[in-house]
Design a protein around this ligand. Structure first.
Ligand code: IPE
Ligand code: IPE
Ligand code: MG
Length: 253
């Protein structure tokens, strides 16, 4: 019997390590403020935490890590902060790509990168090309990314590919054009920094993701905090619309 007409996935095995973790890394500014330091030092510390997070994912066998680094709304910040964030992004690409490559990490950037300066765009393209054959961990950085932007760019690309087709589109027609087309939907979503919102991150893909919100600020989100998030995920019962009894029956079958 075809159980699902839904596009969301079959029920994955309980208590497994999440295959795909998506994170809104929030709280850098407040972390710096607490220490009477400029917001920028919070962002610098945030980059350090990204390195640690990548290492933790490699050690735990997590296959996809998707990080929200700069939203399409973050252009509204003071010009100086935006410019410092861009410089930090450039520096991180210049300094980290070798190490990522050595560790078998494939790096992708999703978002509208045409708004970045040409040097940054060039570094992004080079980093993606350099790591394109790596398979151990798929690391995706969302930069100038917005979930609504993503859906609209996918709709436009889909329509352009088949201009004669006027109606009858299915979810599966759109999916190949979404920025995250190469990955399964996130199993676990983490937002640090205390806010409990999605802030226009992966709107399409988070349909059935387990959500985890923590007040821990991103620069303090270390391994032990990450393990707490994974432990919380492992306790969840992912029903994808079914009843708990159905799942128990399946486990006994
Ligand atoms: C998240 O930290 C990083 C970016 C949005 C670039 P914030 O800069 O939003 O930190 P808070 O929320 O002000 O503490
Ligand atoms: C969301 O953080 C985007 C990133 C972490 C890059 P913000 O701190 O900008 O989110 P809002 O605007 O407070 O929701
Ligand atoms: Mg914030």
């Amino acid at each position: 019997m075809a159980l699902f007409t839904s596009s969301t996935r079959q029920v994955p095995e309980a208590a497994a390590v999440p295959q795909h973790v998506a994170v809104i890394m929030d709280g850098n500014g407040r972390w710096a403020k607490k220490r009477f330091m400029p917001r920028f030092s919070g962002h610098a510390k945030g980059v350090e935490m990204v390195r640690k997070m990548v290492r933790a994912c490699l050690e735990r066998g997590i296959e996809y890590l998707t990080l929200f680094a700069f939203s399409s709304e973050n252009w509204r910040r003071p010009e100086e902060e935006v410019s410092l964030l861009m410089q930090l992004f450039i520096k991180a690409l210049e300094q980290q790509v070798d190490k990522l490559d050595e560790n078998g990490v494939r790096l992708r950037i999703i978002g509208d990168i045409t708004r970045f300066d040409s040097r940054l765009q060039e570094l992004i393209r080079a980093a993606e090309a350099r790591t394109a054959a790596n398979e151990r961990l798929q690391l995706t950085i969302a930069a100038n990314y917005g979930g609504r932007w993503d859906i609209m760019q996918a709709v436009n690309a889909m329509l352009q590919a088949q201009p004669e087709k006027r109606t009858g589109w299915a979810e599966a027609d759109l999916e190949p054009y979404l920025s995250m087309h190469f990955a399964p939907e996130p199993d676990l979503f983490i937002r640090t920094g205390g806010e409990e919102r999605i802030s226009n991150f992966l709107l399409w893909q988070l349909a059935y993701t387990e959500l985890y919100f923590t007040s821990t600020l991103w620069p303090e989100f270390d391994r032990s905090k990450f393990d707490l998030a994974i432990a919380s995920y492992q306790k969840r019962e992912r029903r994808f619309g079914r009843t708990g009894e159905q799942l128990a029956g399946e486990a006994n079958a």
